[in-house]
Design a protein around this ligand. Structure first.
Ligand code: NAP
Length: 252
């Protein structure tokens, strides 16, 4: 009998949880616990780190997990590495559900950089007004550089920046072009710094920057060893061999 561990924290993971629940596949959804009020899932949910690879191995054995689906964010490289290693050690099948990276379109002024340190270095040497769309974890290095003004968009309140140094907007995606255009204009943004997350939920800022002709510094995804990867929930369900159950339920 299958029992899936779904590693979450993304829109794709939530979509995958819906599909698993609809198909009646026994599964557990796992959150890291970074946000105060994570979205409710239609699956039994656990929250918090496993305790590295040994902790994850113990969990997989104790919970009799047969398949792992890694639908974490493309920048959550440590969790993905741990999943690869633990599944390798236990001989469990592992699938990555991952959206493709964004590709530049006509009108985009993108500079690709390998990591966040390079993104900081790529900002101008004179004060700029930067939409720093990288989440909360790594903003301090930018603030410490003490040159630019930063607009931060965060899921949870509680991270404050002096008004002379920036502003914090509390919001959760998906975001719209209309809103992001208004945000960039309202804060007189000159540069956008973002991770190349891919997907639709966070793409509006790039469309807004394109429309306004603003430069974007886009951080490349961290490299991971080869893993079996699909781009859609449907492909992931096929991988699980549960499509037939799913279709029977829908009366197809
Ligand atoms: P990370 O650096 O790859 O992981 C750090 C540690 O957090 C892991 O070693 C693991 O702890 C724990 N962890 C991460 N994801 C987990 C999950 N789904 N379930 C249980 N434990 C998890 O991850 P991160 O970049 O901090 O991201 C944390 C979460 O936020 C992920 O679930 C990710 O999908 C989501 N997220 C990340 C970003 C981003 O830009 N990085 C953006 C949006 C959402 P142990 O070693 O103790 O097991």
């Amino acid at each position: 009998m299958q029992r899936v561990l779904l590693l979450g924290g993304t829109t794709e993971a939530s979509d995958m949880a819906q599909a698993l629940a609809r198909a009646g596949v026994p599964a557990v959804f796992s959150y890291a616990g970074r946000t105060e009020a994570p979205l409710e899932q239609p699956l039994p949910t656990r929250v918090g780190g496993f305790g590295g690879v040994p902790g994850l191995c113990s969990y997989l054995v104790a919970e009799r997990i047969t398949h792992v689906i890694d639908a974490t964010h493309p920048f959550a490289a440590q969790m993905s590495q741990h999943a690869l290693q633990a599944c390798g050690e236990l001989g469990l099948p592992l699938l990555a559900l991952e959206r493709p990276p964004w590709q530049a379109q006509s009108g985009d002024r993108w500079q690709h950089v390998p990591d966040l340190a390079a993104a900081l270095a790529a900002l101008p040497s004179h004060p700029a007004r930067v939409f720093l769309a990288i989440g909360r974890q790594h903003v301090q290095a930018f603030l410490d550089a003490d040159l630019h003004w930063y607009l931060l968009r965060l899921v949870d309140p509680g991270f404050d920046v002096p008004t002379t140094r920036g502003a914090v907007v509390i919001d959760r995606g998906p975001f719209t072009l209309e809103n992001d255009l208004a945000l960039l204009r309202q804060h007189r943004i000159s540069h956008v710094v973002a991770k190349n997350a891919g997907g639709v939920g966070a793409a509006a800022k790039l469309a807004a920057a394109r429309e306004l002709g603003y430069p974007v510094i886009l951080v490349n995804r961290p490299a991971l060893p080869h893993r079996h990867t699909v781009g859609t929930v449907q492909q992931a369900m096929q991988w699980l061999g549960a499509t037939a159950v799913h279709e029977a339920e829908r009366g197809v």
